[in-house]
Structure formats: C-alpha cells, structure tokens
Design a binder for this molecule. Structure first.
Ligand code: ADP
Ligand code: ZN
Ligand code: ZN
Length: 745
C-alpha cells in the first residue's frame, strides 16, 4: 500500500478526521494499522504523533501534495495502537466502517469535564496571615475571615469541604488568590463508582476440584502459555471463586485483568464479592454510570490506578497497559453480541485482544454456548469441568409437568395442580418461591392449547409469526399463510397466539394464593434507576413470599430461602423465530433451576410445558448439558446452522419500502453473479424477505442470509457486497448492515 490514513489525536479530534500521508518505501513493511507514526503537520510542518488507521493505494489528493510519514515510532503498539489494531480486526471480521469500529474501542472524551477538587494553601507565613486576618476583620469581610481562621489551623484545605462546612464561595477563594494570600491547585478527582464499603470477607478455601483447575491454569500461565479456557461448571459450583483465585495470582505479577459479566447479572452481590477481595484496585463499568464516570474509569485504568475492571461487553476495551487475563462469565449470553454496527461478538473479540497483547482468556458458563463447547471438544479451548455444587448444597430436584394433562383435567389455571400444591406448602413453611416466565421472543407465535402444536414455516423449521392483518409469516423466507380457524393437527378450536405476561401471572397468583406478598420484576417495574436492585434486595430480605419475573430474575442473585422455582410455560421461548431457540430455552431453564436451593434448604423446580418430549426440556429436566449438546448439534448440522456452519445476515434498510427491497434484490443478484464468476459453488443464499423487525421507526428492513461452512469465505462475500453497494448509485439513502452468525434474529 502506498498511502496511510492517519488520525492525529484519538482523544480530542473527531475520529472521522483522517489525514492521508505517503508511506516511504523503507517504512512499508512496518506501516500497519495501529502503528504510531511521526508526521509533519500543518503549515509549519511541526512534527506530531499520529496513528495509522487505514491503508490504500488510491490518493485522495493531488499526489505531489501528499506529505510523507517522517518515521515510525519503534516502541509502538502501545495501548491505543493495540485498540486501533483491534478496531481494524473488528471491521474486517464483523463488517462495519473503520469509524464505527474506532468508536467502539476508543473512549468518548468530548464534552466530558472531570470533577475538579481544589486544594487551598496559605501563600504567606503564619504571622503575615494573622495580620491579614485582623485587617479583614475590620473590613467585616466575613467569608474571608472564616477561611483565614481555618487556614491558621490547617495549612491545606479541600475546597469542596470549606465550601460546604464554612460556606465559602469560589469568588472568595479567587479574590484571596489574586491578592497573593492563598494558592490553590486543582487535583482531579476520579469518581469511583463503587460507593459502598465492603463487608468483611468471608474466607473460602477452594475445594480440591476448584484448586486443581486454578493450579492447572496458573501453571500454564507461569510457563508463558497463553490460550483460551472454557470453565464449564454447574450453577453454584464456585466458578466465581476460581476466577477470584486466579485473578489474585495474576495481578501479583503486575498484570491487569478484565472481567466481563452480562449487564443483567452485574448485581450488587456480584460486584461486592470482587470488591471485598480487591478493594480500591477494582472498578466497574455499566450503563448506569454517567459518561463522565465512564471516562474516569477509563483514565484510572490507563493511569494504572486499578488492576481489575468488571463490566459488560464494552469493558473489553479498557485500556490496561499490561493485560494478563480476560474472564468472560456466562459466556453463552446473547448480550455479548452487539446489535448495532459493528455487530461484534465480545467472545471472539476478547480472544483477539488477548492474542494481540499476550493474555489468556477464561470463558465460564453453566450452559456453554454450542460454539464454545464445540471448540472445547475439538481441543481449540482447554476444557475445565466443575460438576458439583459447593458446600452442603445439592442440585435441585426437577419435575416436568405436562400442561396438556391439565387441560384434560379441566384445570384452566396457569398453575398446574402440582405446582399449586407445592407453592402452598412453601407458603406454609415460610419459604420463598420464584415464578419464572420466559417471555422473550414469544410474542406472536401461534399454538394449539389442546395438542401443543406450534405452527411453523414448511421451509425453515422456524415458528410463524402472527401479524395484525390476519396472516402468519415466516421471517426467514417470507412464506405466508392465513390464520387457521382450527388446529391443522388435532382439529381443536383452541388455537391462538400466545400472550401471557408477567402482570397476568401476578394477578392470578394473588387470586390463587390470597394474602400472599408478591413482587414482580420485568421491564415495567425496573424502568427507574436502581429498580432492579430494589426489588431483588426486598425479596432477599424476605419482604415478599413470591417473586414473579422474566429472565431478569434468574441471574446473579443468591436467595437462601428460595426452595421452589416454577417455570410457567417452558415452551414459550422455543418458538421465537430463531434457530437458537432450543439452546436459549435450555439455558434459561437451567439457569432458572439453578436459583432453587442455594443454601441449606434443598430446592425443587417445576417445569410446566406443552412439550414434555422436546429435547431442550427433557435435558434441562435431567440437568444433562452433554445430552442436550449432542442432540442440538445434530439439528444444527442438518440445517447448516452455526456452529455447524456459518450464516451472514445482510440487512438493507430504507425509508422507502420499494427501495429497501430493490436494494436487497440487487445485492443478492450481484452476489449470485459474483459466485458464478468465481465458481464459488458452496454459497447458499436465502431470501431476501422482510426482516423480523420489518419496519422500525418508519424504516423498512429487508434481509437475506448466506450460509457457508467457511467463515473466511463469508468474509469474502461481505467484502464483495460492501464494495458493491458503496460504489453503486442505487444505494443512495440505503443502509446496509452485516451480521455474522446472528444471535438475535
Ligand atoms: P458459580 O459462579 O459457579 O455460580 P459461585 O462462585 O457463585 O458459583 O459459588 C456459589 C456459592 O458457593 C457462593 O456463595 C460461594 O461463596 C460458595 N462457594 C464456592 N466455592 C466454595 C468453597 N470452596 N467453599 C465454600 N463455599 C464456596
Ligand atoms: Zn391441536
Ligand atoms: Zn420460512
């Protein structure tokens, strides 16, 4: 490449603004994305530092006017350089612009002012100060008098404090400063988002199996081996204790650690466990922090004030100088995949970041993603198992209840007879119950209340979605049929789109169990800041007998008095228009079951379902992850779904429906011609069809899918399409987005 695009200041300059420079021949081998260079800048050709963020052979300017790079700074791939290199990788691997990728990995500084705290000192001797004090007393300048008196006692004062305690204004300080009586200096106060003081640490001695894993990992680490590990440990098996143990050893070597936890599980309880152990050396990032607070955490990490950063996806880009380890808890969680461009997966990105800076990665889960478990079985990741719960606690007993039998027995309640009697028993014993409704993705699927049949697309093995116009639609291929008036399988009239919400469950529970204290946790009740924590801690304190909720309730918290978990309709999440539906259902059921019996009291779980024989329900009922994995992989292989193969979803969106459709047709057509020309016979193109979210904010969305076994060949297809639409006039006003191995569509 002949030219380099360079950004000159990543924290101040708008990242969009790049400058093109010529790469001298002798620097070509080293001029890579992320490298820091010295360049002549501005009229005086002042030498300044910049980063290469792009390379090309096409001059954007008159060739003779493009200045050459002066030199490459040797000691580079410093932290910013690493993150910029990572941005380049994200752009190539997941499909986005470099700018979108840079905005993901670099912090936003604009308009963020740090909270300043001034320190005030006397600029004069005590005698001189006393003289000034007498003078000000005579003039009756009360504010000055209060401040001077205080300074005679304490030689240095915090402005924040005198402002509040002595009611001294900033103007008073300024005046005295101008008169040369006092000096003030700014000390930047970096806000620490962990406000509470930690309670005393509960000492935990690792069990032999925990110990064995920690030792094996650390042995590798000390030998300089860096790789990816998958810690598959059942709920409550003590994965977090293992993390804490290895983190402690790694920070002793002067390295830093990033701990990724899904936002939904990032509760007070979880954070405190780390805070109790590592105190001020740990910080957190989450969406509830203000932009200023987030920026502070970024600076604290860069300055070396902290060793451990805990947070969701975005914490992956913490600018630690000497990162030793990335831990990704609940690695199966869908929230690790970004839903806006770049649609990167934090797992793959963590592994790449670790590779760039010589760190290891530990993935942890009670229900590993098929992706990770497959790689672990194939030896790409090292597999560790923790198959027992720690302490005296046992795995819960799980009962599966067939809801079709309830209908036969004329029980129209949403509580089966078994669940009802078990709840009553708990209420009598003053133990607690959690009722769980896996609501996500259920809306609109149509099922028969008599036989449990769910209407599916004949071409896609995906449930059809009911639309307001009375049609049932497949969002993978566009297939349509009208809403039937009776069940095509058993002829029953009880066929309807499903719609039981948490609110209704709460009402029904109040009716069935009069006088019971019930808390509800869902999107509605947790809207306000801290609402989530408030409900959970009220429940933990025993202020309610029953907690009703969506998947939000299955994460993170330990409730020692919960001895029964009821899953009201386990099938709900099975019919999302999503090839991962069975996997998500299995994960949710396993996580929900994991909430029961976390302390001395043994736990039981009731799973209510119309499909007692569905593999995700059968294996969740048995607590058999491997069994589920084997069966689900057969399905993925048969259908060429990830991780057996790969899928690239291409979205074309426009304000005009026709334009969006036309654009997606042009793209598929161009792709087919390209495939023919290149004789790339393996690509399999499905669509275009309206996207699952076919219209959002008045923007119409069409989607098509490309299936292909080899990921790099999908990347090649993406590169082709990307080039095609950027240089084509028909794509004015059209947004095109790429999503590899989609998680949520
Ligand atoms: P996981 O992360 O696998 O769900 P945790 O690390 O949260 O499991 O452990 C579950 C519970 O068991 C926690 O309360 C933890 O303090 C406790 N625990 C874990 N390991 C031990 C141990 N070796 N000895 C005693 N208690 C333990
Ligand atoms: Zn039926
Ligand atoms: Zn279909």
């Amino acid at each position: 490449m002949k030219y380099a695009d360079i950004i000159v200041d990543i924290s101040h300059e708008d990242l969009d603004r790049t400058y093109q420079y010529l790469i001298p021949d002798d620097l070509k081998a080293k001029a890579l994305i992320g490298i820091q260079v010295l360049i002549p800048f501005g009229k005086g050709n002042r030498q300044i530092k910049g980063y290469i963020i792009g390379l090309s052979d096409i001059p954007k300017w008159r060739e003779e006017a493009i200045k050459p790079i002066t030199s490459i700074l040797e000691d580079t791939l410093m932290i910013e350089g690493q993150l910029i290199t990572l941005a380049g990788w994200i752009k190539d691997t997941f499909g986005s612009t470099m700018n979108e990728a840079l905005k993901t990995v670099l912090p936003v500084k604009r308009a963020v002012r740090q909270k300043e705290n001034k320190v005030i000192r006397a600029a004069l001797s005590k005698e001189e100060l006393s003289a000034v004090l007498e003078r000000e007393k005579k003039k009756n300048n009360k504010g000055r008098v209060r401040l001077l008196q205080e300074l005679l006692i304490h030689p240095s004062l915090q402005f924040e404090q005198v402002k509040n305690d002595l009611n001294i204004s900033a103007a008073t300080v300024k005046d005295l400063e101008k008169m040369g009586i006092i000096q003030s200096e700014a000390s930047v106060l970096y806000r620490n988002p962990v406000k509470q003081q930690p309670a005393a640490l509960k000492a935990v001695t690792l069990s032999p199996s925990q110990q064995e894993i920690a030792e094996d990992f650390l042995k590798d680490y000390k030998e300089g081996i860096r790789k990816t590990y998958l810690l598959y440990g059942v709920t409550g098996s003590g994965k977090t204790e293992v993390y804490i143990n290895i983190i402690e050893e790694i920070i002793k070597t002067g390295k830093q650690v990033i701990v990724l936890i899904p936002e939904i599980s990032l509760t007070y309880q979880t954070v405190m466990r780390f805070y109790q152990k590592f105190g001020e050396r740990v910080s957190i990032m989450n969406s509830r922090l203000s932009q200023g607070e987030r920026y502070d955490q970024y600076i604290r990490a860069k300055n070396g004030d902290i060793d451990i950063m805990i947070g969701p996806r975005s914490a992956l880009f913490t600018p630690f100088k000497d990162l030793g380890l990335i831990i990704m808890d609940e690695e199966h969680e869908g929230s690790y995949k970004s839903e806006s461009p770049p649609k990167y997966h934090a797992r793959e990105t963590a592994i790449e970041r670790a590779r760039l800076c010589g760190a290891s990665v530990v993935l942890g889960s009670a229900t590993p993603s098929l992706e990770s478990y497959k790689k672990a079985l194939e030896g790409e990741y090292t597999l560790y198992r923790l198959s027992e719960r720690e302490g005296i606690r046992q795995m819960p007993t799980i009962w599966t209840v067939d809801l079709r039998e309830e209908l036969k027995a004329r029980n129209k309640s949403i509580f089966s007879r078994k669940l009802k009697s078990m709840i009553e028993e708990r209420l009598q014993k003053k133990e607690q119950v959690m009722l769980f409704l896996n609501r996500r993705g259920y809306a609109g699927f149509v099922s028969c209340r008599s036989c449990g049949l769910v209407l599916k697309c004949p071409h896609c093995d995906i449930s059809l979605t009911s639309h307001n116009n009375g049609k049932l639609v497949c969002h993978y291929c566009g297939y349509e049929e009208s809403f039937p008036d009776k069940c095509p399988s058993c002829g029953s009239k009880y066929i309807a789109s499903f719609g039981t919400g948490t609110q209704k469950v709460e009402e029904m529970a109040k009716k069935e169990f009069p006088g019971t204290r019930i808390l509800r946790m869902d999107m509605d009740t947790t809207k306000k800041k801290g609402g989530h924590e408030e409900i959970l801690s009220a429940f933990a304190k025993g202020q309610a007998d029953i907690l009703v909720g969506t998947q939000m309730i299955v994460k993170g918290h330990d409730f020692p008095r919960v001895t029964l978990v009821g899953v009201l309709a386990a099938d709900l999440s099975l019919y999302a228009a999503d090839f991962r539906a069975s996997e998500k259902t299995f994960q949710l059921l396993t996580q929900a079951a994991g909430r029961a019996g976390r302390a001395e009291l043994p736990g039981e779980v009731v799973i209510q379902t119309y499909q007692t024989d569905h593999h995700s329900i059968v294996y969740a009922g048995k607590g058999d992850y491997e069994g589920f994995y084997k069966q689900e992989m057969l399905y993925r292989k048969l259908m060429s779904y990830p991780p057996a193969s790969h899928i690239l979803a291409v979205l074309a969106a426009s304000k005009e429906e026709e334009k969006a459709l036309k654009a997606s047709e042009l793209l598929t057509e161009a792709l087919k011609q390209w495939v023919d020309k290149e004789e790339l016979i393996k690509y399999h193109v499905i669509g275009p069809a309206p996207a699952r979210l076919s219209k959002a904010n008045d923007i119409f969305r069409f989607c098509f899918y490309i299936k292909e076994d080899d990921y790099q060949r999908l990347v090649a297809a993406k590169d082709f399409l990307d080039g095609f639409y950027r240089f084509s006039e028909e794509f004015q006003g059209i947004v095109v987005q790429f999503d590899f191995d989609p998680m949520n569509s």
